[in-house]
Structure formats: structure tokens, C-alpha cells
Design a binder for this molecule. Structure first.
Ligand code: BEZ
Length: 248
């Protein structure tokens, strides 16, 4: 997936603004080392750093990393894939917001996460859960046919089964409906242009625009009201700990 990092920050800042609740669950402590997996433009990485933790931001998008480094030059941002990364030194916590629904090889990702944690370390994540943005997915398929979706939206049962396979113990898990407002007549097309590019990657630019317009028109009767679109986000939120010796 390629990102328009500026548009993401300008019009879709709710992605990291909603991340505050997951940050509260992470409760970063001074002196800890924490990996922010899928750090995007770095706002939550910076919030972790400001709690006094030593933080690494990892992302597989060069465009996002460029924004993150420009926004927060003092933070250690690194290029890496969530399903392939390895750290030199294990960390106290792996944090991830709005990333893991892009990672279809969830076994590989969880294997990397578990390997990156110290014994007793914690994995705190939020991402799209089962049924996430279903009306958008249905409209995309209605317009574009059986195109492969780039997104992975597991149930609690599916994901916790995977994390337990890799030596992590689920402490808490939630599936949360979070209808999200996107403003403006062109809000849905804009959202699709930032997040659903993979669906139209084989089309010419003019065809892409008209495909997204058709998707928005399908959604308009139920999802556009008083100048505001509703995107039916559904979040899977997980807290798990690596088994083994606990921190004192
Ligand atoms: C999400 O955060 O759930 C999400 C964002 C963009 C595309 C798909 C899902």
C-alpha cells in the first residue's frame, strides 16, 4: 500500500487522535523501551516518548517515515515490515494502532512481535476488527467486482488464537463499534483515495476517480447526512503479555 502521508495527516488525523485510548491502555513508563509498530506520521510515537519511554517507531511506508522524521526529528524511526522485522534488543512493550488490519500474514507479524518482547513484556494493539467498515467493503465490491481486499479484520477468537500460539497470553480483548465522521461532500471519495487505493491499482487514474465516485454514490443514501459521512469503524483492541518471568 502506498500512502499520501500529507493528506492522511491533514484530513484523517482522527486515526491517531483515537489512538489516545490505546495509549492509555499501554500506560508507558519512564525508562521503558517501547516499539510503536506501524508508527505512521509519528504522533503516537511522540506521545510515548513524552511519557519518558525510549521509543522506536517502525513503518513500511517511506512516505510516512519521511513525515514522522520531519515532525519529530529526535525520535528513532526505522523502516520495517510488521511481518518481517527483528530488533537487536528486546523491548518492554510493543504498541500498535491502526496498522495490523493491513497485515494479512498475521502469524508472521505475531511471531515478530513475540520475539521482540522481553519475557513478561506486553503487546497492546488496536486495529480493524471483524465487520470493520463493512458497508464500504460491500460498496467497493459492488462497483469493482471480486477484487482482493488489502484488509484483514479478524474476530477476537481468531486473533487471540494466533497470539496464544506464539507464547502471548491474552489479558483483555474488545470488539468496539466506533462510527467515525468524515466531513464534506467529497469526504468519502477523499477517504477512499487515501485508504482504498489498492482496490483500484490496476485502473487508469480517470477510471479510479469514477470508480470511487460510484462507490460514494452507493453509500450516500445511508451514510451521508447533513454534510457528514459516517464510516462504520469497528476496532479490535487487545492487551496480551509474553509469558515467562514477569517484571518485579
Ligand atoms: C481502520 O483503521 O480500521 C481502517 C483504516 C483504513 C482502511 C481500512 C480500515
Amino acid at each position: 500500500m502506498s500512502w499520501d502521508a500529507k493528506q492522511y495527516q491533514r484530513r484523517h488525523s482522527y486515526v491517531f487522535e483515537y489512538g489516545q485510548a490505546v495509549l492509555d491502555l499501554l500506560a508507558p513508563q519512564s525508562g521503558e523501551t517501547i516499539l510503536d509498530l506501524g508508527c505512521g506520521s509519528g504522533q503516537l510515537t511522540a506521545a510515548i516518548a513524552s511519557a519518558g519511554a525510549s521509543v522506536i517507531g517502525l513503518d513500511s511506508s517511506s512516505a510516512m517515515l519521511a513525515e514522522a522524521r520531519a515532525n519529530f526529528p529526535a525520535i528513532d524511526f526505522r523502516f520495517g515490515d510488521a511481518a518481517e522485522f527483528a530488533l537487536d534488543h528486546p523491548v518492554d512493550a510493543v504498541f500498535s494502532n491502526a496498522t495490523l488490519h493491513w497485515v494479512k500474514n498475521s502469524d508472521a507479524a505475531v511471531h515478530c512481535i513475540a520475539r521482540a518482547l522481553k519475557p513478561g513484556g506486553r503487546f497492546v494493539a488496536e486495529f480493524g476488527g471483524h465487520g470493520n467498515i463493512q458497508p464500504v467493503v460491500d460498496a467497493l465490491h459492488a462497483v469493482l467486482g471480486p477484487v482482493e481486499s488489502p484488509w484483514y479484520y479478524p474476530t477476537i477468537g481468531e486473533y487471540t488464537t494466533i497470539i496464544e500460539r506464539y507464547g502471548l497470553e491474552t489479558r483483555e480483548a474488545w470488539l468496539i463499534d466506533r462510527p467515525t465522521k468524515v466531513e464534506g461532500e467529497d469526504g468519502m471519495e477523499d477517504w477512499l483515495g487515501v485508504f482504498a487505493r489498492d482496490f483500484v491499482r490496476d485502473l487508469e487514474p480517470a477510471q479510479r476517480k469514477s470508480a470511487f465516485r460510484s462507490v460514494a454514490e452507493r453509500l450516500r443514501p445511508t451514510k451521508f447526512r447533513d454534510g457528514v459521512w459516517t464510516v462504520d469503524y469497528r476496532r479490535l483492541r487487545i492487551v496480551a503479555h509474553k509469558t515467562g518471568a514477569r517484571k518485579p
